[in-house]
Design a protein around this ligand. Structure first.
Ligand code: SF4
Length: 372
């Protein structure tokens, strides 16, 4: 880069920074951003549409625009890559080809098809929502979809725009990255006000219609061209208008979200056996595996790792140190244990069936530790 172009880049960067600062000051310190101008949005939308028509991948959930297929694929894609999702998606759809099939299935069958994807609360919510949707049909608007279990703003907007062409934008990690770069927005996108500005920009784009193509185009651009570490700007339909590229700021955008600090928890589960069955309770005492059936017990938050523990397991930002008590045999005839454990809302589960009730492997790890 020549000295002159370096000077130009620096003054351009300073100008953009000053404009962003002015907007912040105008809004009492809130980091709000000026809307992109309509002419720019129009040009971005039209180049994105032509690019998507020629460059999109042939993916199983793109072969029709059924709300059910889009919903299932979007939920699966929240946790892993397209390549990893395809076999899970095909297996799941072969087992539950319609929302009615999913609604009529037992929850443990759904868990079985979901196994390997993690985040079992998502499978549970799919099952709950399917039961509502099978009776009432799919609402066509994101605002109505969002009332259903497990439908957040992203999934609702993806389904309503791709299946029904509602002109609303989608905002996930890929889209945030592309928008921050193309608009040159150096903002804390994880905060509510800044996120609302990004959502508005995505909405403006989708309103240029057809939103099912524009939203998929934006997702596709983020997944295949404007990737986190090595964007291929030469293949990008937006390269001539991209502010991050003009300012040589690509690797710095989007800003990095500060990491949630790890929490240390000591979990003392009690393994209570009755013949070949083990007791589970609905988890209302631990901040991890929330709402799931787990062993009864207690948890304690600590400032550092304990000196002694039997097992360690990590779930999201929870570092769990497990101290397992010796398994107890529950006997109805034994007055002392009967009085101690009666009326605790236990569900007695066959050891072999435990994985169907709670597929998280931490329960298996605990059992194996003592029963192997
Ligand atoms: S030009 Fe490069 S950085 Fe800008 S949007 Fe396209 S791929 Fe991303």
């Amino acid at each position: 880069m020549t000295t002159r172009s370096r000077v130009n880049h620096t003054s351009q960067r300073t100008r953009i920074h000053r404009n962003q600062q002015k907007t912040r000051d105008k809004h009492n310190g809130l980091n709000l951003l000026a809307e992109p101008d309509p002419a720019t949005i129009k040009i971005l939308a039209s180049s994105l549409l032509s690019w998507y028509k020629d460059n999109h991948r042939d993916l199983p959930w793109r072969r029709n625009r059924k709300a059910y297929s889009i919903w299932i694929s979007e939920v699966m894609l929240q946790q892993t890559t397209v390549a990893a999702v395809i076999p899970y998606y095909e297996k799941f759809m072969a087992c539950f080809p319609s929302v009615k099939d999913l609604a009529q299935a037992q929850l443990d069958e759904v868990y079985e098809q979901w196994a390997g994807l993690g985040y079992y609360s998502r499978a549970r919510n799919l099952h709950k929502s399917a039961q509502i949707l099978a009776k009432k049909g799919f609402p066509k608007m994101a605002a109505d979809l969002q009332e259903l279990p497990g439908f957040g703003p992203y999934t609702s907007r993806a389904v309503s725009s791709i299946a029904f062409d509602e002109p609303v934008g989608v905002l996930d990690g890929n889209v945030i990255r592309v928008l921050c770069r193309v608009l040159g927005w150096s903002v804390a996108w994880w905060k509510t006000a800044e996120r609302a500005c990004l959502q508005k920009a995505a909405d403006q784009l989708a309103q240029q219609g057809p939103s099912h193509l524009l939203n998929q185009g934006l997702m596709e651009l983020g997944a295949t061209v404007c990737t986190p570490a090595s964007p291929n700007c030469l293949l990008c339909p937006w390269s001539a208008r991209c502010e991050a590229r003009k300012q040589d700021q690509i690797t710095g955008l989007p800003l990095k979200k500060p990491r949630k600090s790890l929490e240390v928890w000591v979990w003392t589960p009690q393994i209570l056996m009755k013949n070949s069955k083990v007791a589970l309770v609905k988890n209302d005492y631990a901040p991890f595996l929330k709402g799931q059936m787990i062993f009864p017990g207690s948890v304690q938050k600590q400032s550092k790792r304990p000196k002694t523990y039997d097992l360690k397991h990590g779930i999201t930002h929870h570092d769990i140190y497990i101290q397992v008590q010796k398994p107890l045999q529950f006997r109805d005839s034994h007055k002392k244990t009967r009085d101690k454990f009666k009326d605790k809302g236990y569900q007695w589960v066959q050891l072999q069936g435990l994985k169907k009730i709670n597929p998280s492997n931490v329960l298996q790890k605990i059992l194996q530790h003592f029963l192997a």
